[in-house]
Design a protein around this ligand. Structure first.
Ligand SMILES: Nc1nc2c(ncn2[C@@H]2O[C@H](COP(=O)(O)OP(=O)(O)OP(=O)(O)O)[C@@H](O)[C@H]2O)c(=O)[nH]1
Ligand SMILES: [Mg+2]
Length: 357
């Protein structure tokens, strides 16, 4: 499963965000470094298409897609040199597929820490870039020596040398304007700042009305990255409630419901994850696949036997299926397509696999 790592200064709200997503109650505390080991959680990816299909089929249950996230201990200036939780921290970041910066904007004199989101971002980016510079320099050294005996390493060497130049300026790689082939070429070097990023700006209750303005400087700085203002504390409290009461509370607080849902949806998309669906009376289910996957690869997500014995897939877009009213009706109306192994599955396709084992 794909994993996000929360990266933020102490007391920025990482554990609270973890709790909001998992509905859990890991210890969120007012002192710095309250999280020492990483909390790993799983969040359901909200999907209204799934809900509607489950209703259409009177499914006994609906199963959402899910993502994992790791609540990592706080980072401080100097973490890249072993200050604070130092190396353990960096190890956890290395293990993730994408980084979620948690940037504190809420002001509370009783809770120590930085409450300027842009200042926080600068500290975090500097530390990650320094950690990358250290690792990249060492790898470049090795590669330069190996290059003498193996000229085929030239492209890789030059790419890494370019990365070192960027990092020396304190710039994270994701902000260097590298094209996707350069980003892919750097992947074997396991750079932290070559991972996709998004940011949560953690606003206080009093800032909810101006949340977009509070987040604006971060959005400007990060350019293409998704920046989501959230009142993490309230979301965490709402997560403790019954699912049916939640929208009401959030609406009453003027948050609107669904800020957290939108965050999850963008996170999912950021990783290049897409969803296909299956539906029937027993269950309706959202399945995760990587953008570009074929029908036979998607069949493997359901079961390896279905992949092995794949014959064809009957498929229809989710909204067309709802429009037809049922799978049988869609077939009668000639709206089901029959697709072979190499069909590139689209986000929102409803699939039924024909197989023979
Ligand atoms: N007033 C206010 N307090 C908040 C908000 N979000 C989080 N807090 C509080 O801030 C404190 C720190 O939150 P945590 O979620 O533990 O922060 P953390 O980033 O996990 O901290 P470390 O693990 O120590 O790095 C807790 O007391 C939270 O209740 C908020 O929006 N408003
Ligand atoms: Mg914590």
């Amino acid at each position: 499963m794909e994993r996000f790592g929360f990266v933020g200064l102490p007391n920025s709200g990482k554990t609270s965000l973890h709790n909001a997503l998992a509905g859990g109650d890991a210890v969120a505390a007012r002192h710095a470094f309250s999280t020492k080991s990483a909390n790993v959680g799983v969040a359901k990816v909200p999907d209204d298409r799934l809900r509607q299909l489950a209703e259409m089929s009177s499914s006994r249950r609906a199963v959402n897609a899910s993502v994992q996230f790791t609540d990592i201990g706080g980072l401080v200036a100097g973490s890249s040199r072993g200050e604070g939780l130092g190396n353990a921290f960096l190890g956890h970041v290395r293990d993730t597929d994408a980084i979620v910066y948690v940037l504190r904007a809420f002001v509370d004199p009783d809770i120590g820490g930085v409450d300027d989101p842009l200042d926080s971002l600068r500290v975090l980016e500097t530390e990650l870039a320094l950690a990358d510079l250290d690792s990249a320099t060492r790898q470049l050294d090795k590669l330069s020596r190996a290059l003498k005996g193996d000229p085929s390493l030239r492209a890789s060497h030059d790419l890494l040398a370019g990365a070192v130049a960027v990092l020396e300026e304190g710039l994270p790689l994701y902000r260097a304007g590298l094209d996707s082939s350069a980003r892919a070429g750097l992947r074997p070097f396991f750079m932290l700042t070559n991972k996709p990023v998004l940011a949560v700006v953690n606003v206080g209750e009093g800032q909810i009305a101006d949340a977009q303005e509070v987040a604006a400087p971060v959005r400007e700085e990060l350019g293409d990255a998704e920046v989501v203002p959230l009142c993490v504390q309230l979301e965490a409290e709402a997560a403790q409630l019954d699912e049916s009461e939640r929208p009401e509370l959030l609406a009453a607080l003027g948050l609107g419901s669904g800020a957290l849902d939108r965050f999850l949806a963008s996170a999912y998309h950021l990783l290049g994850l897409r969803t296909f669906l299956t539906t029937g009376p027993k269950e309706s289910r959202a399945w995760t696949f990587r953008a570009g996957a074929t029908a036979v690869e998607c069949a493997g997500a359901v079961h390896s036997d279905i992949q092995r014995g794949f014959i064809r897939a009957e498929t229809i877009r989710w909204d067309h299926l709802l429009d037809a009213g049922s799978w049988v009706a869609a077939r009668e109306q000639g709206r089901l397509r029959s697709e072979g192994k190499d069909y590139p599955v689209a986000d929102g396709d409803v699939m039924e696999f024909r197989f023979n084992v």
